[in-house]
Design a protein around this ligand. Sequence first.
Ligand code: CMC
Length: 429
Amino acid sequence: MSDIAEIKVDGKTVELPVITGTEDEKAIDISKLRDLTGFVTLDTGFKNTGSTKSKITFLDGEKGILKYRGYSIEELAAKSSFLEVIYLIIYGDLPTQKQLEDLQADISKHTLIHEDMKKFFDGYPSRSHPMGQLGSLIFSLSTFYPECLKPNQTAEEQDLTIIKLLAKFPTIVSFVYKKSLGHPLIYPKNKYDYVTNFLWMTFGQRTEDYDVNPIVVNAMNKLLILHADHEQNCSASTVRIVGSSDCNLYASIAAGIAALWGPLHGGANQAVIDMLELIKADGGDTEKWIAKAKDKNDPFRMMGFGHRVYKNFDPRAKIIKKACDDILENLGIDDPILEIAKKLEEAALTDQYFIDRKLYPNVDFYSGIIYRALGFPSEMFTVLFALGRLPGWIAQWKEMHENKEPIGRPRQIYVGETDREFVELKDRK
Ligand code: CMC
């Protein structure tokens, strides 16, 4: 295989280097293309464009492989905790026992949020979506910790900025939830591990002791691990491109939260449950809804199906489907929408439309059913996706700085009007 690609354009042939990744992925490095030819490439939606070289996550969409820092998602989901995966993704290696304890201790020092931040909750209207609140609260961290604004932070300063975010994010998520219920806020208890502390703040009551259910802790760890990173998706790319202007970590991640919110990305987990509820209320006729998804004149899409990169199966969906069965059985929950979900999946997987377009259930298809079984309302699902994705966003932002990447600034091909004669307002028709 040659490490040079030849491009012939406008009667001129230029040679461009071919880059090979450690998993044998190949790319043509076009960074000199415009200098050499005057041409740029056009790739709306970046379906063929690599934006960076990254060491964080590898995925092979054809084979259904996902690895964080070289470890398979199957093994991490089965054997590690979310905190171990946080360390792995951000710092590059699995932690030793001591490193894990140090990380937990560092986080414990910062789990409270500034008391003034609580006033924000009084300002949100009662119907406001938790993702809108989460995004603005994370953005606001940059006003409470202005030291994060400094570009070129030292490694220690950057680390403290990261630890504060890791520590406060679960507290903020829990407070958003408690406020939505009108319940008193439950402060963190640092004797708990990262995930248990989150569950305590979310489901604990001031009036009761909290009995931590190991099934719930285990399920939550698994779900968060499965969402922890997914290479250059819409929100991660957003975090990197916003961060490339030397914008601080908190604001960059708030931008990532906005990108995640859309129903084509992380918002799909809420959309799936809303869709399953709708189908149930409509009598549960899955064939009718499959036909709607296939009808090009109908805007309905089968939420939780399809993926830009996975064209065989989504390995996260496989793990989640199994976890979903186990968790509902362990918690003794019989959710009728699980049956509808399974019927939809079965029908879709044998339907030519879905086969031809390689549309398989993705990570969001079953995750909502688990979140529901754990007691979360559907409006919180995308917020939980964000909690899981946090280490990935942090690692992408950190790596972008370590790589000394230039400010992100795509080109375009202008197709608008060319020279027009200005007409005075009074003369315009
Ligand atoms: N239901 C029905 N048809 C679909 C669906 C779907 N969910 N997804 C794709 N298609 C069709 C689409 O209409 C098109 O058909 P045709 O070639 O006849 O025009 C073809 O499949 C290719 O679709 P596309 O929109 O060009 O594919 P994409 O790679 O741009 O989009 C996607 C990927 C995930 C946005 C899309 O599959 C989708 O909208 N899925 C539903 C939303 C969803 O579940 N999103 C969560 C993604 S996984 C979590 C995450 O990482 O964010």
